[in-house]
Design a protein around this ligand. Structure first.
Ligand SMILES: N[C@@H](CCC(=O)N[C@@H](CS)C(=O)NCC(=O)O)C(=O)O
Length: 211
């Protein structure tokens, strides 16, 4: 199997963290010619990373890839055991995707704007602040996103919490995790997890290369 990935993509990093944690036989490669190339469009018409070539078909969308990998490789499970914990892990991934990453995307274009649109920035930052409150509300307090072991929710949370801390100060949110007590405590402890530390280092190196 082959994961099309780019080091800085928080969505691809979500899949890489699962691949590392479960020690899966999945090769991690760049999209041929870049995400917008014809070659990559033929592989994944969505033109986004990540996508997973299973050998029998290509799966786009990070959360769908995690579900597939978990079903296909049930050893070292990252899906929580209890149904309530499973639903919590899925909820956290949805909060991250819909209420944090989605409003963050328009901010990236502002990074390169000659004259940044302050109204848009204010609106998006307010949305992200809400998303972070909701994430903190539902987040675990035992060193992991859900329950007391690593799960799919940690794979989603680690890259996005790094992203908010790297990018949000540039939009006036100096300490995005401040007063989100569970997220603050989590960030302190999760960095000692080797799989989290590995994707954090990969994203940081990727960002250093493009800055
Ligand atoms: N919902 C998608 C989002 C994937 C996504 O937006 N990937 C970005 C990189 S972080 C991308 O490939 N963007 C290329 C583009 O949209 O041009 C997922 O969860 O996989």
């Amino acid at each position: 199997m082959k994961l099309y990935s780019l080091p800085i993509s928080p969505f691809a990093a979500r899949c890489r963290m699962m691949i590392y944690a479960k020690d899966l036989p999945v090769e991690i490669v760049d999209p041929p010619g870049g995400v917008k190339s014809n070659d990559y469009s033929a592989i994944n018409p969505l033109g986004k990373v990540p996508s997973l070539d299973t050998g029998e078909g290509v799966i786009p969308e990070s959360e769908t890839i995690l579900e597939f990998l978990e079903d296909h490789f049930p050893d070292k499970p990252l899906r929580p055991e209890k149904p309530l914990h499973r639903s919590r892990a899925r909820l956290l991934a949805r909060i991250i995707d819909l209420y944090i990453m989605e409003p963050m995307v328009p901010l990236f274009t502002q990074l390169r704007a000659q004259k940044p649109d302050q109204e848009l920035i204010k609106r998006q930052v307010a949305k992200i602040e809400h998303g972070l409150w909701w994430l903190d509300y539902y987040f675990g307090d035992k060193g992991y996103a859900v329950g007391n072991r690593l799960s799919t929710a940690d794979c989603a949370a680690v890259p996005v919490l790094l992203f908010v801390q790297v990018f949000m100060p540039g939009f006036g949110l100096e300490k995005p995790l401040k007063m989100r007590d569970k997220l603050t405590a989590y960030w302190e402890s999760i960095q000692s997890d080797p799989h989290a530390a590995r994707v954090i280092a990969e994203i940081r190196e990727g960002l250093d290369r493009i800055q």
